[in-house]
Design a protein around this ligand. Structure first.
Ligand SMILES: *Cc1c(COP(=O)(O)O)cnc(C)c1O
Length: 394
């Protein structure tokens, strides 16, 4: 059949450029749950690139909670939170999250991307600038664009660089950072940034997508690690798609900010509430994260991280300085990163190469992520395979 296409030339040209630069992205279908043992094209792989850090995405307790909530409240949100989509499971989840983290209020969002768009676009504008870390997540950058606010970025994790930007600004605004950087795995200097924001009378916001659930007292992530609270960190965003193993996101904040966001955060107002069944599963996940089983999972994850670093530090590669579940190995060139990823695949290891524009040019990497769902044997297989592939390469 002759293909019928009226695709504009510029679309085809953009695709061709991506192909030539080894930057073409495509989706891959899994015929199994997330991790650790996935099935793709009838082949078995041990996956090391999922954000399911605690191994909860396929946990029987969450599956059961999703079923039982759906039986009572249904599957669909039905409308936005403000019309008639805010059901009892949403309210229970918001209250439990607020208790866990020590905030007056929590508001749910359908995704982390939308939470960041919503909060930043409501709090910043032409006269209230946004200052953020150079390596912040795309959704934080896009929030500032949606706000049409002046956007300035400081050198990665560099408090002095952030201070220069705040000092130079004629009006006060919003200082925002990732808690754990998603492609690097390091933690932002949160206590110092919080102090800086309050000295300059700026609002301070942290997106802790990769910290919550994974470490800190009771799994409270960066908040606990940096010794912050609802006063020193007034706006905290968390997501459910990572350690929680479900989907959706939230902002933890004060009554005043929450009331304000309820009026002015357009990605909150004009979208359907998350599925109540998902809220039920997420509440079960939160209870698990706070339980002894949650602590055991965090401990196992920490042991995996220590073992992995000890093995890979002995190899002739650039292992990034990270103490979290995100353990990137920088390869550099995009084609080389794909090659390493393919070689690992032939040894039964699934780890997608991360390339520009997600990471800076020349910094393509294997973004290896570890999970409590991995066994000790999985870790040995990963490290043995890396040793074979990476030492043969140099
Ligand atoms: C994944 C991620 C998001 C987006 O969250 P989703 O719920 O997947 O939309 C936001 N911020 C950071 C730092 C992330 O890593």
């Amino acid at each position: 059949m002759k293909p019928v296409s009226n695709t504009p030339d510029w679309v085809l040209a953009a695709l061709e450029t991506r192909r030539q630069e080894d930057l073409m992205r495509r989706t891959i279908t899994l015929d199994s749950p997330q991790i650790p043992h996935t099935q793709i094209d009838s082949q078995q792989y041990t996956a090391f690139c999922s954000n399911d850090y605690l191994g909860l995405a396929n946990h029987p307790t969450l599956i059961k909670a999703m079923h039982s909530t759906a039986e009572i409240y249904g599957v669909g949100g039905g409308s936005s939170h403000l019309v008639c989509g805010h059901l009892a499971p949403h309210q229970r989840l918001e209250e439990a999250l607020a208790d866990w983290l020590g905030y007056e209020r929590v508001m749910l969002f359908s995704t982390g991307y939308m939470a960041n768009l919503g909060v930043i676009s409501a709090l910043a504008d032409k006269h209230r600038p946004v200052v953020q870390d150079k390596l912040n997540h795309a959704s934080l950058i896009d929030g500032a664009l949606l706000a049409q606010a002046p956007l300035r970025r400081y050198l990665h994790a560099d408090v002095a660089s952030a201070e220069r930007l705040l000092a130079k600004s004629t009006s006060s605004g919003l200082l925002v950072t990732d808690g754990v950087f998603s492609m690097d795995g390091d933690v932002a200097p949160l206590a110092e940034l919080s102090k800086l924001a309050s000295q300059h009378d700026w609002m301070f916001m942290v997106d802790d997508a990769h910290g919550l659930g994974c470490f800190g007292e009771n799994g409270r992530g960066c908040l606990s690690l940096a010794g912050l609270d609802s006063v020193s960190l007034p706006i905290l965003v968390g997501t459910f798609g990572k350690a929680f193993g479900t989907a959706g996101a939230f902002v933890a904040t004060s009554h005043d900010y929450a009331d304000y966001l309820t009026q002015f955060a357009r990605p909150y107002v004009y979208t359907t509430a998350m599925s109540p069944a998902m809220a039920g599963a997420t509440l079960a996940s939160l209870q698990l994260i706070q339980s002894a089983e949650g602590q055991e999972r965090r401990d196992r994850l920490a042991r995996h991280i220590a073992y992995f670093r000890q093995r890979v530090e002995a190899l002739p590669v650039e292992l990034m300085p990270s103490a979290t579940a995100i353990q990137p190995i920088v390869i550099g060139d995009s084609a080389a990163a794909i090659q390493v990823s393919e070689k690992l695949k032939s040894l039964g290891i699934w780890c997608t190469a991360i390339r520009p524009p997600t990471v800076p040019t020349g910094r393509a990497r294997l973004r290896i992520t570890l999970s409590a769902a991995h066994s000790d044997e999985d870790l040995v297989l990963l490290c043995d395979s890396l040793e074979r592939v990476l030492t043969a390469n140099v």
